[in-house]
Design a protein around this ligand. Structure first.
Ligand code: SF4
Length: 566
């Protein structure tokens, strides 16, 4: 008997449900596995999965349409995604885009008639220091030029992907990470298990470590809340959804120092009493997964995961990897948890905070990759050693991802408190006009303020730094940022969903010289409203660039010649 396509989809989904379960938490992994096998997730597959899970098909569709990397329609055998982050645009992404369109004979957003190639723009893929960059399926290509992409297309036509490992075609990163390099792996965990959980939390609190994801919440306080919270099963989640444009330090940490990240998660589990850990890995970092799985397996064999870890009776903990599906807003911890639970990654109202009621309503600590790796160093070398570096409110050292107009882009480990000027000298950036500190949601700092300090007392940041040289067009910068926010808004708040679109329209009017002083004032007033009335960090910070343009580059942005009729 001939099997129909629907029979095949049914059999596949049943097999997946046996392996992954029928709980809602298995929804996104099942959709991803269906796509891996069939290239996309059909309406029938969504309906059948919904039936198996006892939820409505519209709920499954709602999840599938939320994430960029769940295909609802067939795409090409090779999906080419060119990064449109600002570093890529500054380093020639437009010329690369033209070459791709010419070679493939299609525009962005389309698939070749033979079904071989799909061409798309995508948000930052964490390769800003080797921009422009793109992904071909899961493989990363960087330092692109038109001739180079021409060769890549030719290779694809010869089906190179079936013969070559998908490990990423990426050169070395400049990475100055001295304290990580000097860390004796597992020395932090080994010391932690000689202490009581309360002592571990006290040590971390004394160190002054603040979360490295951007919000800067004190890690010790977060752990103390989770340790005190009541719950049957507590969780430790590593937020490896590094989506802020311009940042790539977590990718480097996961590639070079994965053991330190898992060590930090295990210390966290010991401190709060968790038995289960999850690494929420952004889809763009799929190429790291085999390496991470291998490190996890070696830790299980060494009794650094599993039961009675390091001989400590009753201390059991293990970690699994969950792949993100492409949504910047899932970097926000409650949105990340929603997505882990198989829902649209929409931020939750707080309180309750995840430390009290997080994943599956259980006490949950969510720490980012850098926080976890850094705390391994702290447990090893002591809180006082860490707190002796940095400033009063910003203790220790920090990793910065630097890209844009400088000669030495890369990852830099530096003490908090250095000035923007000192940083620019370190990365050899001459004559910069402005620097974006802390990613698109951070601070756009003009040259006359380069004496400002990187510290929570002044410019507290997550770690993405983009340098803009003397000839950069600040309206082009702002347009790029707002396009990103419009694309990534989850749509829950009207201010964010509609307000960012209006700000983008305003930027485009400014570009065409069609924006009066009064209209600019209206845009600033709208910016304040969006900041005030939006629920999460995206909407609360997306208008920062508009406000900074008005404050620092007003003459430049109002001086555009009028294009077209008024
Ligand atoms: Fe979603 Fe934007 Fe509201 Fe955040 S601010 S919850 S991204 S709509």
């Amino acid at each position: 008997m001939l099997l129909t396509q629907q029979d095949r989809e049914k059999a596949l989904i049943l097999k997946l449900a046996r392996r992954l379960g029928r709980n809602r938490t298995a929804l996104i992994p099942i959709l991803q596995a269906v796509q891996e096998e069939l290239g996309f997730v059909s309406e029938f597959a969504m309906q059948y999965t919904a039936d198996l899970m006892g939820i409505s098909a519209s709920e499954v569709l709602g999840v599938a349409t939320f994430f960029h990397f769940i295909n609802k329609k067939p795409k090409g055998k090779f999906i080419i995604r060119l990064s449109r982050d600002m570093s890529s645009m500054m380093k020639g992404a437009k010329a690369v885009a033209h070459q791709l369109e010419n070679d493939l004979g299609i525009r962005f957003g389309h698939t070749t008639p033979d079904g071989m190639f799909t061409l798309e723009w995508t948000s930052c893929i964490g390769m800003n220091y080797q921009a422009p960059a793109m992904m071909v399926n899961n493989e990363v290509f960087s330092n692109l030029t038109p001739p180079k992409v021409h060769r890549i297309i030719e290779d694809c036509r010869q089906e190179f992907n079936t013969r070559r490992p998908t490990v990423g075609n990426v050169g070395e990163t400049y990475a100055n990470t001295l304290n990580y390099t000097n860390h004796e792996v597992n020395s932090g965990l080994t010391r932690a298990v000689t202490m009581s959980p309360a002592e571990v939390i006290a040590e971390l609190t004394l160190s002054g470590l603040r979360g490295r994801g951007g919000a800067g919440f004190p890690t010790g306080i977060k752990w103390k809340l989770a340790a005190a919270a009541k719950g049957e099963t507590k969780y430790v989640i590593c937020n490896a959804d590094e989506g802020e444009p311009g940042t790539f330090k977590d990718r480097i940490i996961l590639g070079k120092y994965a053991n330190m990240v898992f060590e930090g998660m295990t210390v966290a589990a010991y401190a709060i009493g968790a038995r289960a850990g999850v690494v929420y890995l952004r889809w763009e970092y799929t190429h790291l997964r085999p390496h991470l799985e291998a490190v996890l397996e070696s830790r299980r064999k060494a009794n650094l995961l599993g039961d009675d870890i390091l001989g400590k009776e009753g201390f059991s903990f293990d970690i699994h990897i969950h792949m993100g599906a492409g949504a910047y807003v899932c970097g926000e911890e409650t949105a990340l948890i929603e997505s882990l639970e198989g829902r649209r990654g929409e931020p939750r109202n707080r309180p309750p905070y995840p430390a009290e009621r997080g994943f599956l309503n259980q006490p949950t600590v969510v720490n980012n990759v850098e926080t976890l790796a850094t705390l391994s160093c702290i447990l090893s070398r002591g809180a006082k050693w860490f707190a002796s570096m940095g400033t009063e409110r910003s203790k220790g050292f920090k990793l910065f991802s630097v890209s844009g107009d400088c000669s030495r882009p890369g990852v830099y480990e530096l003490p908090w408190g250095i000035t923007v000027d000192q940083l620019l000298e370190t990365v050899d950036a001459k004559g910069a006009k402005a620097v974006q500190i802390g990613g698109y949601t951070g601070h756009l700092v003009p040259a006359r303020q380069f004496d400002r300090r990187l510290a929570y007392e002044d410019l507290g940041i997550g770690g993405s730094i983009i340098v803009y040289g003397p000839d950069r067009d600040m309206l082009e910068v702002a347009e790029n940022y707002l396009e990103f926010f419009v694309e990534e808004s989850c749509g829950q708040c009207t201010t964010c969903r509609v307000g960012n679109q209006k700000l983008l329209e305003g930027i485009r009017l400014l570009q065409r010289g069609k924006c009066s002083n009064r209209y600019l004032d209206d845009l600033i007033s709208l910016s304040e409203t969006v900041k005030l009335a939006s629920k999460c960090g995206l909407g609360q910070a997306s208008p920062n660039v508009m406000i900074a343009l008005n404050a620092h580059f007003k003459d430049e942005i109002l001086a555009r010649p009028v294009q077209g009729a008024l």
